[in-house]
Design a protein around this ligand. Sequence first.
Ligand code: 1GP
Length: 247
Amino acid sequence: MKGLLNQINKACAAKRKQFWVLIDPDKQEPAHAADFAKACQDEGVDLILTGTSLMMEDRFHETIKAVKEAASLPVYIFPASSQQISRDADGILFLSLISGRNPQFLIEEHVRAAPLIKKSGLDVIPTAYMLIDSGKVTAVNYMSHTLPLPRDKGDIVAAHAMAAELLGMKLLYLEGGSGAETAVPGLLIRSAKANAALPLICGGGIDTPEKAARAAEAGADILVIGTALEKEAGRERIRSFREALQC
Ligand code: 1GP
């Protein structure tokens, strides 16, 4: 699938909030991921992201294949490293960890991945990725060797968002970290949104429909839910997040 960015921009123009679900291949068997993806499709999820901090299990490709066979939703890779590339997906968020100062995640992994990605035919979306302090060290903080942005410093987030736009990034992603105790604060969502004309993704620690609605009201265009639906993957639970975003 190509053209996701056009779809995102159209949805933003129509003020329709988008609901993405993260499937972590380490956290569930491919067959379970496939059933879950089908339920997501039926309940109005817009897209499946897939990726994992570590790859403890050898089932990244198998999971993407199983999800693609079960559902017609777009599947985009949310990579933690250059190892996470699969031509079975539709596309990839080409993340640069702009909140950090570790060259490995600013450019090195990208150089390693680029030749494979160019051959893969994947839809590639350059995405500025910012980690926000969530009160404890998350897997992505630890694994990336970077400091998260402080929760109360809107101006720092603003300057990063401006830099991302000027560098030609196409999406901004504010990340609290998977399973974060506290979601990204509204102050930072508002600050990012006000300072860059880019679609804004927000995820990490959004574990209730109310928190999803609050993030959307603050200005997030796309909400990513992972852990909350790993813990309780029933259709009603998926629907409750979709309904909270019908604003
Ligand atoms: C993590 O933003 C995603 O990268 C989802 O986070 O697992 O906390 O929902 P959760």
